[in-house]
Design a protein. Sequence first.
Length: 87
Amino acid sequence: MSEYKSKEYGYATLAILGQSCLGGIAAMLILSVDSSFGLKIAQLFLVTLLTMGYNAAVLAQLKSKTAFAILLLSVVFSSIVIIAHLF
């Protein structure tokens, strides 16, 4: 956390790129699997909300701790969705 805070602008740029790609992969996998429409939409909504939430947190220049927490939540949730849809 202290490393992220000390070099926030550089890490924020890399994090936006990385977690946006991860969120895009999760969204692609959600849409490619045959499941109920409601479940697809709910998962897609959460992935999009968390991914865009971090982007908005960086643009709104929220505190480093808050932005980092949103980043971790977004990455963990997208990773769980990806792993769940691969297996």
